[in-house]
Each structure stands twice: as structure tokens, then as C-alpha cells.
Design a protein around this ligand. Structure first.
Ligand SMILES: [Cu+2]
Length: 336
């Protein structure tokens, strides 16, 4: 469980009484936690393959997780296996996303679990790297008696997932049924903050990996900042949207995260009660699918989803950055 916590000398930095602070970028913590621990550690034997169930429970931080010097494959997403396993160097996991990974520890010693991200100085357009150690895996010299060499070395297919995805393939090529635009509106921000926001939008990153403008971000609250989900067809926004579907509908949903004049932000969009496939990112089709319920939409990106509306009820679609959600970035839909 990946998390972060924002602490100062007095402890937890207070939350707003009636509106959220940090409404622009969300509350980035300055202490990174794995399973609630700032110094996570795990002991394994040489040659052991460890299955990690990753969940990002932080308010806003997207992690880029890796194990230095250990081979890793991704096996499953939020609600199901991928069609086939895939080697990865790192896993990008946004708030509310889940991934299952297999990691093999071949050499005795200490293997750091890292969060390695690229940062941008918005005012000067300079990129730099930041690496945090989230924990340590201690690999004993003694070899594991359980030899998973052969199964780990091959990238296995999941025939049940493949068959399941195949049933939806006829929907892949069609035009989107619904389109949502992600945007931000601000009012009454301090003059200085507005000017900085304009300037820092000259240089932008698709993903804000950490709080690069802490003072300005803290001072922005749900009173000045309103995050928006807009229905492209009707112009309706946030809770004025209430789509209606029938059970069994399969809907192609396009989500566009506009690159605007003001400071943009990635949004992990979460859909309640249903499952979806990510069909394409910026018109590039996905070739290895897994059922998901949360998708990260970086700034300037367009993501196409195929939503399987199988679960009756009145549900929400919302950004899972807690401060964006409380700044109104949510909408409703009904499945009858
Ligand atoms: Cu958001």
C-alpha cells in the first residue's frame, strides 16, 4: 500500500475546516509510506519470486515504482489479469489504481524499492530527477527451495481474460458514444498566484510527480478552484451530468484532459461499480488489455475507454485526487 503524509514540525499539516486546502495539485506528502511504514522492509531468499499487490492510497501522488537490479513483470490491473504478462522496468501507479507484479530477487544483498520521477522547474523549464527509497528488500544468501525459474522466465497468457476481452472486440473500432473534457476554473486567486500559474504553464509536464509549488498549492482552496468534468455533447458539468444507461450497454467513453492556459494536472478518473478496458491513449491502440476501474489521464492526453455497464444502480465517475473530488470533479450516471 503506497501512501504519503504531509508533516511539519508540529505533526500533520492541518486539513481545511470547511474546504480542502491544496486544491490545485492535491496534498503531496513529504513522508513516503509503504504499508504505513516510512522504512518498509521485507526479507526473502535468493531466487525467490515475490508477488506484490500494489494499491496507491495517497491523495494525489502518482508513483513510478521499481526495484533496483531485480526483474519485474506486471500481471494484473485493477480488477483482472492482463491478457499476457509483460516485462516492465517500473510501474506507474496513480491514486486508486492497483497492479499485481511479480519480482524475482536473484542476488543476495539489499534491493531498494524506489520511486524514481522526473520533475520540472516550471518557471525555468528545467528537468531534473528525484529518487526516493520507499523500502528495502533483504535477500538472504540461502537459496529458496521453491524453484519458479521456468514459470517466471516465460510471459504467460491468461486464456480466460483473452476470451473475455474478445467478446468486446467488435466495439473497439467505433466512434466514441460519450466524451468528457477535464478542465479547471479558478476565481479570486491572489494576483501573484495567477501570474505564476500563467508563467508555469509555458513549460508543462503531462504528470506532476511531486509538489513543486508548495506554497501556492497550499493557499489554493476549494473556494478559488473548481475542477471540471464537462460533457462535450451537452456542455453540462460535474453533478449536473446524470447519464442514463441500461444494464448490458457497452459504451465507448473518450476522456480529454485539456492543455489550458492555466496550470493543468493529471487526473486518475475512477468509475464506480463497473469495469472498463483502456482501448487507446492518444489514438494509439492498447494491445494488452486488463479490466480496470481507474485510468490516469495526463495533461494534454486523450484516453478512450470501453465501459461494460453490467452493474445496476446510481453511480459516480470522479477524479480520485481527493482535493479535486472535493473541488467538485465528479458526475453521476445510472444503470437501469
Ligand atoms: Cu483530478
Amino acid at each position: 500500500m503506497l501512501d504519503d503524509l504531509l508533516l511539519n514540525d508540529d505533526g500533520l499539516v492541518p486539513f481545511g475546516d470547511d474546504v480542502a486546502t491544496h486544491a490545485l495539485m492535491g496534498r503531496f506528502g513529504n513522508v513516503l509510506l509503504v504499508n504505513g511504514e516510512p522504512r518498509y522492509s521485507l526479507s526473502v531468499k535468493k531466487g525467490e519470486v515475490v508477488r506484490f499487490y500494489l494499491t496507491n492510497v495517497s491523495n494525489t501522488r502518482t508513483f513510478n515504482l521499481s526495484f533496483s537490479g531485480a526483474r519485474m513483470k506486471v500481471v494484473a490491473g485493477d480488477v483482472g489479469n492482463f491478457e499476457r504478462e509483460a516485462w516492465v522496468e517500473s510501474v506507474v501507479i496513480a491514486p486508486a489504481e492497483r497492479y499485481v507484479i511479480h519480482v524475482k530477487f536473484d542476488s543476495a544483498g539489499e534491493v531498494p524499492m524506489l520511486n524514481r520521477v522526473q520533475l520540472l522547474d516550471h518557471l525555468f523549464g528545467k528537468f531534473y530527477y528525484e529518487t526516493d527509497t520507499l523500502g528495502i528488500v533483504r535477500v538472504a544468501a540461502e537459496r529458496t527451495e521453491r524453484n519458479l525459474e521456468a514459470s517466471f522466465a516465460s510471459l504467460r497468457e491468461d486464456s480466460a481474460t483473452k476470451r473475455d476481452v474478445e467478446r468486446y472486440r467488435s466495439h473497439f473500432g467505433r466512434e466514441p458514444d460519450k466524451s468528457l473534457i477535464l478542465a479547471v476554473e479558478t476565481k479570486d486567486l491572489p494576483f501573484f498566484t495567477q501570474q505564476i500559474m500563467r508563467m508555469d504553464s509555458i513549460y508543462f509536464t503531462p504528470i506532476e510527480w511531486t509538489g513543486t509549488m508548495p506554497g501556492m498549492n497550499w493557499a489554493s482552496t476549494g473556494r478559488e478552484v473548481r475542477w471540471v468534468v464537462r460533457d462535450a455533447a451537452t456542455g453540462k458539468e460535474n453533478m449536473d451530468i446524470d447519464w442514463s444507461f441500461r444494464r448490458g450497454d457497452v459504451v465507448k467513453l473518450r476522456i480529454v484532459n485539456e492543455r489550458q492556459s492555466l496550470h493543468g494536472m493529471q487526473h486518475p478518473i475512477h468509475i464506480h461499480g463497473q469495469r472498463f478496458l483502456v482501448l487507446a491513449v492518444n489514438d494509439v491502440p492498447t494491445t494488452n488489455h486488463a479490466w480496470k476501474d481507474t485510468v490516469l489521464v495526463p495533461v494534454g492526453f486523450t484516453v478512450d475507454l470501453l465501459v461494460d455497464l453490467s452493474n445496476p444502480g446510481h453511480w459516480m465517475l470522479h477524479c480520485h485526487i481527493a482535493e479535486h473530488l472535493t473541488s467538485m470533479m465528479m458526475m453521476g450516471f445510472t444503470v437501469q
